[in-house]
Design a protein around this ligand. Sequence first.
Ligand SMILES: Nc1ncnc2c1ncn2[C@@H]1O[C@H](COP(=O)(O)OP(=O)(O)OP(=O)(O)O)[C@@H](O)[C@H]1O
Length: 813
Amino acid sequence: MYPSLLRRSKFLSDQLRTRVFIRLMGGGPRSFHGGLNKWQWKRLHEKKAKEKEKRLLDQEKQLFQDRMRSQIRSNLAGQSHPNLNPDPNKYNPMSPNKHLKALADRFMKDGAEDLWNENDGSLKPPSDEQTEFVGTNQQPGSIHSPVDLRKLISEGRHVSQNRENGFNFVKSRDYSMLKDSGFESGGDSTKPLVRRQRKFRINESSSSDDDEDNGFVNDKVKNFVGDSWNERGGVSNLRNVSDFMKNRGSETVKQRRFQRNESDDDEDFEGGGDRRGRSANDIGSRAALGKYDMKKTRRVPLKELEKNDLANEVELIRYELGRKKKFAGNEGDKEEEDSILSKKRFDECGLSPLTVKALTAAGYVQMTRVQEATLSVCLEGKDAIVKAKTGTGKSAAFLLPAIEAVLKATSSNDKPRVSPIYVLILCPTRELASQIAAEANAMLKYHDGIAVLTLVGGTRFKDDQRRLESDPCQIIVATPGRLLDHIENKGGLSVHLMGLKVLVLDEADHLLDLGFRKDLEKILDCLPRERQSLLFSATIPKEVRRISQLVLKREHAFINTVGVGCVETPAKIKQSFLVSPHKLHFQVVHHLLKEHILQAPDYKVIVFCTTGMVTSFMYLLLREMKMNVREMHSRKPQLYRTRVSNEFRESKCLILVTSDVSARGMNYPDVTLVIQVGIPYDREHYIHRLGRTGREGKDGEGILLLAPWEEYFLNELKDLPLEKFPLPQIDSETNFMMEESMSKIDSSVKEGAYHAWLGYYNSIREIGRDKTTLVELANQFSESIGLHKPPSLFRKTALKMGLKDIPGIRIRR
Ligand SMILES: Nc1ncnc2c1ncn2[C@@H]1O[C@H](COP(=O)(O)OP(=O)(O)OP(=O)(O)O)[C@@H](O)[C@H]1O
């Protein structure tokens, strides 16, 4: 396992040997400019990225205000504004067309190039001819594989065309042409060549998230759309695109790229210090630095010409939407669009026959779209970040290539001294880890000698260690905290991890959140750098795309099966929201459940609450109201959680009241309704919670219950198809029963719920900033749970929360 020199050295202790080995494998810490280590370096740049994000948000806010002003003006002028929804019962989510227009406006604003990051996902080809151009072998009318037109066009010469499955991914590029194109002599010749080449590498990174890249890509896409659209009055045949690319000539393109880089060169790098003249290698790990080693000022005002081109691109997206609507008229096609399955079968894609046999046994014959889109890339060993809607089979999409990697590694002749762990899958919750391990085991049904181990909190650490020693495993599914405990406990796990081939982050955006980041960074430090990393989630915000460089190699694929301009939630989930004062929330939940049970005899409902203590309160209340409920949150012991999770998976006619521990990844089949009480932490939480229903392309329903002051959150969901749900009439008998039931709940539970509620909303920026209002609202909540006098807080807690001298807060003596 160790290099022989290291193995033979008698002078090194085991621990030191491991450390030296980690350094040799490239995993250890290193220092950066200004004496920073790589994580400090990374955080520094994250901070800057956040500031940038904030500036953009301000721009968006400005736009929104402008729009509101114009609506008000037109109202005053007696005209009905097109954006005003005439139906007062309907929340005013923008129609797709209006949303597009708003998007176009945003994109056209000076300095909004960054927003193009959103578009680095795939566009579906507008016509079969286009499909042909990008090198797919799909038949007309077949399921349309997402194709990243922007990337394709920008990289016409370098696209790797995978005719097998019709998806295209970027290969690493040859930069020698830059020299040939006269780039060398064009710029400031006093600046070192190495540096300029490095900049090109940044721009040309396979991830099109780069602002520079976007600028470059946009130029070409926009020009293409502009020319071909105007000529033909619609989206033109992509063969013309190819002609266009040729006619356009690479000169223009090179020139543009050259211009961008010229201006870049005049700016300092972020992170301080003049790094000119340093080679790429001097700057540190590419994987660690990612895209943060870029120049400071990246905004270039858009030219007038580009505005037209942007509008044309928007037209292209509009065309896509129009085409979708057309599909909607045709039932057969619609079904095909709604289905998560593609036409490709598992036995066609080079998987081991024993795996295919196991898949068939589990009922998997055809791949889902995300599986089709990712499998070939992942099997090639490339790094990838994958976005696909909830319930579309992402777990199998990463498990299959991971299993193949194990098979390949075990079949090689090298017989390592320490049995290596080849695959590490990290996920945020214990239940999800067990679920993934179970799915992996189902796929390994016919493979002898490959074992899966779960390492999660809430179980005995010693048991884990015993299992690790007695049953060597090749695949570990873990939550970050427990894995880190093992690594830090020096039980030898680090040595086993030295042979790691594949790292998977399921729910990657969540794992890269601040809550998990520190653990993750420490874990990454112990993993070999030569590995394949796969990041999967249904939501990948822009910020996460940037920070994903922490894990991924620079040349990674971004596979987005959601598609630009498409709704991020499954089409078959009916989404509504309901606004009611706090004091009615529990009655409303009870009413919604009763109504649903009447309509769906095989009901299976999940009620999400904001915190564990509020979950507990809701559970007790509904139980008192004679409903068939279970509770699930992090305050419950693991054995209980596992039992409830299994029971809910298997049952019908059951209600699960839960906190966000069940929000991500959990695959409870046939959930008929998801109710979210109170604002979710953010838009991503909303999407994941909602995604517990309507899985595998099935029907589902989601209701978001808000207090009037929480309505602002709807703004974050304005592109999702939420409709307003009328406030139900609660009869006096229910009110009476509710009061009775509430009075039976122990006051310690109520106090805990109040404290937790306060803590949760205090952590939400929009409300946490205004402490006085927060306390007023908390006191309303307190009344709604039957506490007429709000419970007191420990002085220390009040201080920590910034609530010490706020009127309405009582301090415990
Ligand atoms: N090829 C397939 N054929 C049939 N069913 C499949 C296939 N792939 C996955 N499934 C089923 O689809 C369901 C959802 O899969 P999975 O839990 O992997 O979704 P997901 O995309 O990871 O969702 P989430 O975003 O919520 O984590 C599961 O019940 C799984 O068994």
